[in-house]
Design a binder for this molecule. Structure first.
Ligand code: NAD
Length: 350
């Protein structure tokens, strides 16, 4: 069977790592027909939009995409392409497994955590009002002066629907992957309405998995300390959008950094696979950055499309190359370039 998959090279170092990742995936023997579609600053210069409609159409048609990182310039009107893709396609679940690979320098050993982040709600919903806008002034009035005048305001919506589907996803993932526990993380002692609803809904959803998967709740501040001190106590962690974004990087730090942190954004029937790291623009065109995070994201993709044997072999090939330390990039203490590291992984797959 040939799988038709959208390949979005991205910008910055994205095209370099996407190109080698496609080659590594092909080396597993899985038959893939890539449909190239563009997003990011380079296509913005050509087409006037960082996310052309044709790119969204391609993902909608093929249902699966592998995406390189895309730059979001700070302080311009340029909206995050990543946030836009997740919202447009309702990719409500952001999956970020964090696993220790032998050979990656880290303060911790044997980490095996999975962060499941809600992707569409919370402070990332994009409902924001500048200071002194009519909406901000109206909200200040509604707040009975709890909000200072001249404040800019971002709204934090959390729904029962959004929470239920992300918590259900976390439990289903735990069941499918032989995991033992789901920890729901929030700050409901302070944000009683929004985070309170997150816990309440999570608790109700957890009842469906009683006796199969353990459920617990932790406050986000405590959870940060717990993960630094006793990460082995945790397994699958489910969080609203903002906390999930931050905690994903914290967990990537536990396993030695962004170079080995893969990710997936999943909806009901569409999935986009991408590394946790960004476009690292300062290294653009230098054949320098580590392709492993995108390759490990492709490994998640192979599992998702049912190519579990190839997924397993690919992860082993990456793990072996990292453990041998001969052909790894600068961030893993080596001198290999992006292409050389990818070639070493391909050699393992032969
Ligand atoms: P970044 O992840 O690009 O870089 C952070 C640090 O990690 C840098 O020092 C970089 O050199 C290093 N790094 C990143 N990827 C690496 C790799 N594969 N191998 C080795 N080292 C690597 O984060 P940033 O600098 O904050 O962001 C750059 C741009 O990327 C921003 O515009 C940001 O918005 C965007 N971004 C995009 C995505 C995405 O497309 N999913 C995710 C995060 C950030």
């Amino acid at each position: 069977m040939v799988h038709k998959i959208t390949l979005i090279p991205g910008d910055g170092t994205g095209p370099e790592i996407s190109e080698v990742t496609a080659k590594v995936v092909e080396a597993t023997g899985v038959k893939i027909e890539w449909e190239i579609a563009h997003a990011g600053v380079d296509i913005m210069q050509k087409e006037g939009t960082p996310l052309p409609q044709s790119t969204l159409d391609s993902i909608r048609k093929n249902k699966i995409a592998l995406k390189g990182p895309v730059t979001t310039p700070i302080g311009t009107g340029f909206r995050s392409v990543n946030v836009a893709i997740r919202k447009e396609l309702d990719l409500y679940s952001c999956l970020r497994p964090c696993r220790t690979y032998k050979g990656v320098k880290s303060k911790y050993e044997n980490i095996d955590l999975v962060v499941v982040r809600e992707n569409t709600e919370d402070l990332y919903a994009g409902v924001e009002y500048p200071e002194n806008s009519p909406q901000a002034l109206e909200i200040i009035k509604l707040s009975e002066n709890k909000i200072r005048e001249n404040s800019a305001i971002s709204i934090k919506p959390i729904s029962a629907f959004g929470t239920q589907r992300i918590v259900r996803y976390a439990f289903e993932y735990a069941l499918k992957h032989g995991r033992r526990k789901v920890t729901a993380v929030s700050k409901a002692n302070i944000m009683k309405c929004t985070d309170g609803l997150f816990y309440k809904t999570a608790r109700e959803t957890a009842k469906d998995y009683e006796g199969k998967i353990e459920y617990e709740e932790k406050l986000i501040d405590n959870m940060c300390m717990q993960l630094v001190q006793k990460p082995e106590l945790y397994d699958v962690i489910v969080l609203p959008n903002l906390y999930g974004d931050i905690m994903s990087d914290l967990c990537a730090g536990l396993v030695g950094g962004l170079g080995v942190a893969p990710g997936a954004n999943l909806g009901e029937d569409i999935a986009v696979f991408e590394a946790v790291h960004g476009s690292a623009p300062k290294y653009k065109g230098l054949n320098k950055v580590n392709p492993a995070a995108l390759i490990l994201s492709a490994r998640l993709m192979l599992e998702h499309i049912g190519e579990t044997g190839a997924a397993f072999r690919l992860e082993k090939a990456v793990a072996d190359v990292i453990a041998e330390k001969k052909s790894v990039t600068y961030d893993l203490g080596g001198t290999a370039g992006t292409k050389e590291m990818a070639r070493a992984i391909i050699d393992k797959l032969k």
